[in-house]
Design a protein. Sequence first.
Length: 220
Amino acid sequence: MGKTAIILGATGLTGGILLQKLIEDNRYKTVKLFSRKKIERLPPKVEQFIGNMLELDNFKKDFTADEVFCCIGTTAKKTPNKETYKNIDFGIPVTAAKLSKENNIPTFLVVSAIGANPESSVFYSRTKGEMEQEVLRQNIMNTYILQPSIIGGNRNESRIVEKIGLVVFKIVQPLFFGKLKKYKITEAEHIAQAMINLANSTLKKQIITSEEIELLATKN
């Protein structure tokens, strides 16, 4: 009997890649998407629940699965208001973790970021750190927090400045060795594959660094 997976953030870069991988993965019978807008032309194994992600509690009855993959995240450019930003980057993953605990879902995976620290003076890093802290407080049996560096990949929306920045970053990457190695670009494809591999592993480590993401992505 196949497994059921929940994806939060399937309309984003990493979540979209993850969705396609889970559709093709025969270990998964059902993939549930919780999002604010519908994705068209998906196969029958995908169930979609559309609504306000800031009110995720409303989906409690349908929030049942074997694994939850949380790929939710915004940017300061898209969400300049700090309160709204925190409601998304902190509120949604934490609510999802609480629902997972309440509904006895044994595996919870969430994409955070390198440098996440609840004590950081940087709002972005502090928000991610506080999110991680609260997710871990739920004591879900298998909890995996992935901390990628800058995420690379082909985004649908036009983000010219970001694309230029990624090109420049890739050029200077050969200079990143030793302690700087962890700051190399983390491809969204690798994050998605690492998440699937983690969900189907017995690894007990909870914090997964950018370097570990790369290693996990290559495992069959």
